[in-house]
Design a protein. Structure first.
Length: 192
């Protein structure tokens, strides 16, 4: 250690906010063959991470990002609220209350699997959509998915950490992420 080299290091954190409003339950970062010197950027040969995100944290984050109702849906729907998320056995289920212009409240439910894109984006691929407990036909499901799911569920491209997500999985009440630390970019994070 006194020579500025460490074989490996493991950093564990709980309640780590990775971007405003998005807090991980747990984050574990592992770095190998680390070199550090005063007035020089941190270097490492390799690194990996794994993290968990609870349904509650994801629900809170996504509730703040509910999109406005756009045309032609705004002629029928006034607003959405009460977003709920339930993760289990490889599937994510989003439930939401749909308020119509006629004053009627309906429940909507979307189930699907997560898909990783570009190492920083997690998309929800709808497998079933229900309105008021009734499963809607595939064509309507695809149309709704195109209109409302045309963006990532989570986009982590703006976080400062140099990471690439390589695997996302769904556990009971949480999402699990694993990936690589882009060690060549560590120098950009450490002051010289």
């Amino acid at each position: 250690m006194f020579q500025g080299k460490v074989q490996s290091a493991r950093i564990m954190g709980e309640g780590v906010e990775i971007q405003p409003g998005l807090t991980l339950r747990e984050l574990v970062v592992e770095l190998d063959e680390i070199e550090y010197r005063k007035d020089a950027p941190l270097k490492a040969k390799s690194g990996s991470f794994h993290a968990t995100l609870s349904d509650d944290a994801l629900q809170s984050y996504l509730s703040a990002l509910l999109p406005p109702i756009r045309s032609p849906w705004n002629l029928v729907v006034s607003h959405l609220d009460n977003l709920r998320i339930q993760s289990r056995a490889g599937e994510v289920k989003l439930s939401i209350d749909i308020h119509t212009r006629l004053g009627v409240r309906l429940s909507g439910e979307l189930s699907g699997q997560l898909r990783l894109k570009e190492g920083t984006q997690i998309w929800l691929e709808a497998s079933e959509v229900k309105v008021a407990g009734i499963s809607i036909p595939e064509r309507v499901r695809d149309l709704l998915a195109e209109m409302f799911l045309n963006r990532p569920l989570l986009d982590l491209s703006g976080i400062k950490a140099p990471v690439r997500i390589e695997r996302v999985a769904v556990g009971d009440g949480m999402l699990l992420f694993e990936g690589t630390i882009l060690v060549e970019k560590l120098a950009e994070l450490t002051p010289v």
